[in-house]
Write a protein that binds this ligand. Structure first.
Ligand code: KIV
Ligand code: ZN
Length: 554
């Protein structure tokens, strides 16, 4: 990198717009979305999509709800051309979907584009040429006047060719490519020259697409450019203003949102932001950002995992784990305090349909996107007690008493500390079993039965293996646990007291099991929990007591 003073780069000049309105506006409705996956996205792939993958992607875009889809650059190569012919000839384009085709403002390409469209019900012909000073000088060596003439001549030819495919309703879109880097007055001059030729009306407007072909400035400057354009143009009602942002500075999404505030009506972009260099704006994120504000995005992402799967297969690109809404890890909390807060939020959520979503750390309900709550909390040595308890409850149905949470989570954390890696839900369950359910030393219950006595007391008979030796126990008490404790003390004296007891069923139905949790303490007030599972609740509680004793004597 150059050392200061940095002369190699210079600040992007601000737009003079003293009365700018966009900062105090809000977005209140979804724009018209146009997917450019099959064109801008496709042209940026290491291996461009085959016709088969393009068809699958097209179907996916239709199913997601896109009504405008740029299907390629049919004059550029045979694959694009043949793909479009297949879409048309096999009647694959729904009546409410308008395909869009890109074409440079060059005569033979425009003629070939019209050939490709024969038989389509409707289409947007998207004409473009570069207008920015750098390209005018370096790439084309042309004056402003000559560049304007390219746009005008291209528009004239498109207009002339419309009657050549009379069964196709043609809409027209013009892009001053590199609008982001073109003098605003000049962009407007070219676009108005194009409008003068095309003669749009309020009923049949032109689409003026104002691309940030390369993102060169902060998003507020993009917004100023769009607002400047919208407020300075003639016949604003005869044009649909379209955004097309790229993400060179990593702010394509912000630029798009501010561009909508600044007056744009339409957004071109791609699924997950695929596109040249750093990509186009990601329409999934743009739409779900609206959804998270209570605005109908007009696109359906209720099965986002499947959309991601088709996208990854067709494009051979991957969606990053941290990608908004779609990434593998975006609904996963690793931090213990986050996990506790999420658990509290979930527990306190109003369960009625349509209730306001209010869960800390989760901007939107993963379930709305077909993503699973089960993936929300994963455990590592940073996790808190809430996370472990959450997994045990939501994955396996164990509602451990609150005071047991820190004890069990300590056990889990010790293991996580040793392994240093994340612990899965299944591993947590196995740790629970190994700690509370499986140990049989020194005490293991073999049989247990009780009888109600006329005194109101309970008498119990039990067989317990004590250090591998079956021992018969008998005792009475004011309940089955009390009777068992009295019986046990006779054969196996040990210093403990019952502190708390709770139980609940695991699942429903005649064969469902119950789980009991028992907490005991010794004379020094140290406490241990135990847990027992059985179809008979009395036996579950005796097992829980033995589980606590086995842990106490470990
Ligand atoms: O980024 C761009 O400018 C484009 C145009 C062709 C619209 O993709
Ligand atoms: Zn682009």
């Amino acid at each position: 990198m150059q050392k200061a003073p940095i002369t190699k780069y210079k600040p992007f000049p601000p737009v003079s717009l003293p009365n700018r309105q966009w900062p105090s506006r809000s977005i209140t409705q979804a724009p018209t979305w146009c997917s450019v996956d099959l064109r801008d996205g496709n042209q940026a792939l290491i291996t461009p999509m085959s016709i088969q993958s393009s068809l699958e992607m097209f179907d996916l875009l239709v199913a997601t709800g896109f009504k405008e889809i740029e299907v390629g650059f049919p004059s550029a190569n045979d694959i694009y051309f043949n793909f479009l012919r297949q879409l048309i000839e096999e009647n694959r384009i729904p009546d409410d979907v308008t395909i869009q085709v890109l074409v440079q403002a060059r005569e033979h390409l425009i003629r070939r584009t019209f050939e490709s469209l024969e038989g389509a019900k409707q289409a947007i012909v998207h004409l473009y040429n570069s207008t920015n000073p750098l390209q005018r000088r370096v790439t084309f060596g042309k004056s402003k006047k000559e560049i304007t003439a390219i746009a005008i001549d291209g528009t004239k030819l498109v207009k002339e060719l419309v009657p050549s495919i009379p069964d196709t309703k043609i809409h027209f879109q013009y892009s001053p490519e590199s609008f982001s880097d073109t003098e605003l007055e000049y962009s407007l001059e070219v676009c108005e020259a194009v409008m003068d030729i095309w003669q749009p009306t309020a009923q049949e407007p032109i689409i003026l697409n104002l691309p940030a072909t390369v993102e060169l400035a902060t998003p507020n400057i993009h917004a100023d450019q769009i607002e400047w354009f919208c407020t300075h143009m003639k016949n604003r009602d005869m044009a649909i203003i379209s955004l097309h942002t790229h993400n060179d500075r990593g702010t394509g999404m912000a630029a798009t949102e501010l561009g909508l505030l600044a007056g744009a009506d339409r957004v071109e972009g791609t699924l997950f932001g695929n596109g040249e260099r750093t990509g186009n704006v990601d329409i999934v994120t743009a739409a779900l950002n609206l959804y998270s504000q209570g605005i109908d995005p007009q696109l359906d992402f209720s099965n986002l995992n499947q959309i991601r799967e088709v996208y990854e297969r067709c494009t051979r690109m991957t969606v990053h784990e941290r990608h908004p809404y779609a990434g593998e890890l975006v609904f996963t909390a690793f931090s213990g305090s986050h996990q506790d807060a999420i658990k509290k939020g979930m527990d306190q959520m109003d369960p009625s349909e349509g209730a306001l979503w209010q869960v800390p750390y989760l901007a939107i309900d993963p379930n709305d996107l077909g993503r699973n709550y089960k993936a929300i909390i994963r455990i590592n040595n940073q996790s808190g007690k809430g996370g472990v308890a959450y997994i045990m409850e939501h994955e396996f149905g164990f509602e451990m008493p609150k005071k047991m949470h820190p004890e069990f989570s300590r056990v889990v954390n010790e293991i996580a500390d040793k392994t240093g890696i994340e612990i899965t839900a299944a591993e947590i369950y196995n740790i629970f079993k190994a700690e509370y359910i499986d140990p049989k030393k020194p005490l293991e219950l073999e049989t247990f039965r009780t009888k109600n006595l006329s005194t109101g007391e309970i008498e119990c008979w039990a067989t317990v293996k004590i250090q591998n030796e079956s021992t018969q126990l008998n005792g009475t008490g004011n309940g089955p646990i009390d009777a068992f404790v009295n019986a046990l003390h006779k054969e196996y004296p040990c210093d403990f007291e019952l502190v708390s007891y709770s139980e609940h069923s695991l699942g429903s139905g005649a064969n469902s099991q119950a789980v009991s949790y028992i907490q005991i303490s010794n004379s020094e007030n140290s406490t241990w929990y135990g847990a027992g599972i059985h179809t008979n609740i009395e036996i579950a509680s005796i097992k829980a007591l033995l589980s606590a004793l086995n842990r106490f004597q470990k």
